[in-house]
Design a binder for this molecule. Structure first.
Ligand code: HPA
Length: 279
């Protein structure tokens, strides 16, 4: 269902309405995959990509640039495809492997286009995954953590116009419970999104910790807000790729973040497989 998104006046421009663009993307996906409705959707961040190969049978893989509104990924180590899977449960899953980050400068509409396309494709559950820094020293590198809430420090919102979208229980407690049934050792943490692309200073990490942040990254909060606006239930999972700045001894670099992700991939894929089997 298309949510209300403000007076027409607000979006009236030469730009395409973002919900119309998502509907166009969804109809391309339906046409190419032959799948009328996708039940769930997943965005696979650093460390989570392998899941696309193991949690179900691939029905079709579409290059991102063939789907309206998507772009080839500008980030090394991030894939650029939309993939349709048939899960062992018989459900259809849409893998959004073409995330646009806020720091790429294409605007918030581009950042949440994948989530809106998932909703337009019929998904009522959105699984958002990412690689993130551990602010809480209780979270070790290589660990998967359930996101229980977030602090959006991007100073941006995907919601346009006077739409006062409720964000309580944004990361659905029902889905977190299902995830813990699949993996009882999963801990939970509050995710902080910063704009990036630079990593944080140690002083910023102390600040994030003081205001209740436990995990820090550059992707998921804006996507979660858009997913809620579109009426989907959200499950968020972070792979801790590194202790955040000043928490560990070492400086941070993207190659090491990707490497930590690679090492965790088989384990995370298996974990996601067990979670989606319960949806
Ligand atoms: N900070 C922000 N984003 C990240 C980090 C980090 O330490 N690690 C992976 N993504």
């Amino acid at each position: 269902m298309r949510p209300a998104h403000g007076p027409k006046l607000f979006t009236m421009s030469i730009e395409t309405d973002p919900f119309d663009l998502a509907a166009e993307a969804a109809s391309t996906i339906t046409r190419v995959t032959g799948v009328e409705r996708h039940d769930i959707a997943l965005t696979l961040g650093s460390g989570w990509g392998r899941a696309a190969d193991v949690i179900g049978e691939t029905v079709a893989v579409i290059p991102a640039e063939d789907v309206p509104g998507f772009h080839a990924s500008g980030v090394p180590g991030h894939s650029g495809t939309i993939r349709s899977l048939r899960l062992p449960t018989g459900k259809h899953a849409l893998i959004i492997g073409a995330r646009t980050h806020f720091y790429e400068g294409r605007g918030v509409r581009a950042v949440v286009h994948g989530v809106r396309t998932a909703a337009a494709s019929g998904a009522d559950v959105m699984i958002l995954t990412n690689g993130a820094g551990g602010v809480d020293p209780a979270f070790g590198a290589g660990e998967a953590v359930l996101i229980c809430d977030h602090l959006n420090l991007t100073a941006a919102s995907p919601v346009e116009g006077a739409n006062f979208v409720d964000l309580t229980d944004l990361y659905a407690s029902r889905l977190r419970e299902l995830a813990r049934e699949a993996e009882p050792s999963l801990q939970e943490g509050v995710y902080v999104q910063l704009p990036g692309p630079h990593y944080e200073t140690p002083a910023e990490i102390r600040y994030l910790s003081a205001i209740g942040g436990q995990i820090v990254g550059m992707s998921t909060a804006l996507e979660a807000i858009a997913a809620r606006q579109s009426g989907m239930e959200i499950l968020g999972l972070s792979l801790i790729t590194n202790p955040a700045a000043g928490i560990g001894e070492d400086p941070l670099n993207h190659a090491e973040v990707l490497e930590a992700g690679k090492a965790a991939e088989p384990r995370l894929a298996e974990l996601l497989g067990r979670i989606v089997a319960r949806l």
